[in-house]
Design a protein around this ligand. Structure first.
Ligand code: MN
Length: 311
């Protein structure tokens, strides 16, 4: 999935930020012919831990004749995390992976120095599609290494008052996902029943909450789909009251200490690195960006606006 304009990360920090309840409205973006409300990055916040991108998927109804396709496109320097609440998608990548994604299964692709993937609908399938795609910025120690792909269906589940939690990335409340994590960060699905709940947090991390459905209230704010609720750090718990049952995604992690430069599908550190990746994708350089077994034509990269006409 594609970001549109260049963004850069938070400045390096040594201590976790203070506790907060910042309501950060998402913005409409277009992905695969559909409008999405992108809740990360936004102008006010570029990153939460190593989480640098969050696009809710749907909910929308797919008929058997619809083509729900995101054609082959490249990534560098990030992991894609695809997590569905409803529906099915097929992941294909330049490592030769072909994986059906369904609710409860974690799809995790690590781009490293370069990978290509497509995300396609299942032909003839109809029903409701709902979920989220997240990106994790890779640290300098792994971002130039080989790409990789993982899929996990056995994930830890935890029960709290009025909440069923699934830890799909990283650690939460003493449970850990088996998925690769290059930094300290976590993503947790929270299936919310109505009533009050208290969730344990790690004080050295910062957190953000995304509602995919339902309505809750915490610290005087109503929590609903379409925004990122930035919780800051220095918290050992979050209390909330669920007014309408639904599902939320909790993201957290140690503040990411490397300043990222993010443009289109690339997470890098400099414009120069992005310009090289842009040119290699545009020239169909198969050493950097190998092919994908997909009948779809690859998505062309937009031209970086900082390149002069001769470059
Ligand atoms: Mn992608």
């Amino acid at each position: 999935m594609a970001g549109a304009e260049p963004t850069s990360g938070q400045d390096a920090r040594e201590a976790p930020p203070a506790a907060a309840m910042d309501v950060l409205a998402g913005r409409v973006a277009e992905v695969g012919g559909h409008e999405v409300v992108r809740v990360l990055p936004t102008r006010a916040r570029r990153i939460v831990g190593a989480w640098c991108f969050a696009d809710p998927i749907g909910p929308r109804y797919i008929s058997a004749n619809d083509e729900e396709n995101i054609a082959p496109h490249p990534h560098i320097g990030l992991q894609t995390v695809t997590w569905l609440l409803q529906g099915e998608l097929v992941h294909r990548d330049s490592l030769g992976s072909e994986q059906l994604i369904r609710p409860g299964g974690l799809n995790l692709m690590t781009a490293g120095g370069g990978v290509v993937h497509s995300e396609e609908g299942v032909p003839g399938w109809s029903g409701s599609l709902h979920g989220i795609q997240l990106w994790v910025a890779q640290p300098d120690s792994t971002r130039d290494l080989a790409p990789a792909f993982e899929h996990h269906e056995a994930l830890p589940e935890l029960t709290f008052t009025n909440v069923e939690a699934t830890v799909f990335v990283g650690g939460f409340a003493g449970a850990g996902s088996p998925a690769r994590a290059d930094t300290e960060h976590a993503a947790v699905q929270l299936v919310l029943g109505t009533g009050g709940t208290i969730l344990p947090l790690e004080p050295s991390w910062e957190y953000g909450l995304i509602m995919l459905s339902g309505l809750a209230e915490a610290e005087g704010e109503k929590l609903a789909p379409g925004s990122l609720y930035y919780l800051g750090g220095c918290r050992d718990e979050l209390g909330m009251t669920v007014l309408e049952a639904g599902t939320a995604i909790l993201l957290g992690g140690l503040p990411f200490r490397e300043k990222i430069f993010m443009w289109w599908n690339f997470v890098a550190r400099t414009r120069e690195e992005v310009a090289v990746a842009y040119k290699q994708w545009s020239q169909d350089d198969r050493d950097r960006f190998p092919g994908v077994s997909s009948k779809l034509a690859r998505i062309p990269a937009p031209r970086p606006m900082w390149l002069t006409s001769g470059e």
